[in-house]
Design a protein around this ligand. Sequence first.
Ligand code: GTP
Ligand code: MG
Length: 585
Amino acid sequence: MAASLWMCRLRPRGLKGALKSLENGCITPQSKHSNSSAAVRSEVDQRKDQTDTTAERKPFYVLQEERLEQAERSVLINCPPKTNEKKFLKHLSSHGEINTCFFYESFGTYAVVEFSKKESIASLQDGTIIPSIQHEATVPFKSRLVSLKLNNPDDLSSVSSSIQCLRQSAIPINELVQKLSSADTIDQQLYTLTETYQLTEDNVRLRFLVCSLLKDIAAAYFPECTVKLFGSSVNGFGKLGCDLDMFLDLDGISGRNSKKTAGPFTLEYQMKRVSSERAATQKILSVIGECIDQFGPGCVGVQKILNARCPLVRFAHQPSGFQCDLTANNRIAIKSSELLYLYGSLDARVRALVFTVRCWARAHAITSSIPGAWITNFSLTMMVIFFLQKRDPPIIPTLDQLKGLAGASDKQLIEGHDCTFVSNISRINTTENTETLEQLLKEFFEFYGNFKPSVLNNMIHITEGKEQSKPDISPLHIQNPFEQLLNVSKNVNQTQLERFVSLARDSAWILQQDGMSHPLGAGAQPWGLAALLLPSASQTGGKGKKRRKREPASERIKSLLESLKNSKPNSVNGNGKRNFSTQSH
Ligand code: GTP
Ligand code: MG
């Protein structure tokens, strides 16, 4: 499609009937309480709602600032398991008006409490005591992670039998498969998967709160620093339970943007000098990592991984249950997150397809939480984006087209890389493409299932939305959108790529079979997407796996075929409905 099709068309769009559940990449309290039939809306409605909401979506950086400010007014409180919620809130409101409060479980019961004003935090901290512990000592670092103690444990009026704890983790895959099996269409299945797995409103709040707690620790050294979130916590593609990618931003301090003062003199700070930007980043992260380890309440298993391409400190934040990666000097990664957020905001099908492909890849161990030669979620997302750019007409614009729509304030050069692209979503035209998610899912698997050696000589390039010749011999080359000399899938080896291609081919084939596009029975029989998510033997691991690397998928197909064959006339049950094998292989 010609670039001009995406060109600027500023137009007013109303707020009516906004689909809150897909807004800003997380569900809101409204949709959280909706029942499942309401949650599974018709594709047409969803597409329409999506069209209505894009204009109301705030630019990425505005949303981040709002969330961070919200987090600065919040505290995390470890509560006794049967805290009386009413009394608890009454007690806390002596420090000021409370905006929101919710409870969750993670090695204990916790409450996230957001006050209306930041002064309430100072008041609460003023009234918080340092614990006196026998035989041990404490490091007196005052944070916004506190514990609620009952002054009189025998006072039964301070306890109640039930606090409603909100879930912060994704449902197991077998429950998801069941849920998907009761949908009516493959499109509904993809939307249901997205709604089930995406980050909830309270999970996003908790993520920003942990980020803000980290900032308090880093501020002990660098009072003007900020800690920002990037990656799937904010790019709209985060699944409940995904890691927390943080970035220590010292730009406010480093004087990158400072101007010389007028007059005859300028004062400058005396600072230690190091050999490179990378060395400075390593030193800063080393010190902050030490602080997190020594003083950070709830932070455990701190590892300083300073020699990585992107140095980082990795740790677990026990009170939230998040696995955290803290980096520094990583502004390009934030731009990548903003770009993905923008793509996910343009059309509801983008997020639905990315969530689905990520889930499918995880179910078949194409991706892994352990670093290695596997395809990463980030690479998979780029593959989906590339595929959607290549549809006819395209569903999303290329990065070059987004650059063409950028305004003066969008111009950004980071470390010599042009990271300019439009931030105002309403400047981007909606697509004319009306393909269903079912079609797109099938085509996605066909597209990548047909990755042939000749195609493999090409690299995936979302800047132009078309293949280009690979500059190296790595099996899969996905060009980093902003650091164009980097390959985001450099880690992927031939075996892993072949597994991906082979599974994509098998999945395309499965979806073409009779009975795969619609539910055939009243029971929770896996069909469509649900059938594609059935765990394969490849995950059972064990010896001999290498020799039989294509066997698991073929076995699964064999079984599905069997069940399809068996479900033909003679296996139609009493209700006129067919049966499928639900066994995993
Ligand atoms: P999850 O698997 O849900 O955590 O997805 P994620 O997108 O958060 O991926 P991950 O935590 O691995 O990385 C966080 C962010 O770092 C990504 O969203 C990218 O912006 C960036 N990133 C990840 N991998 C690469 C890479 O290989 N190259 C570059 N340049 N950036 C990467
Ligand atoms: Mg991540």
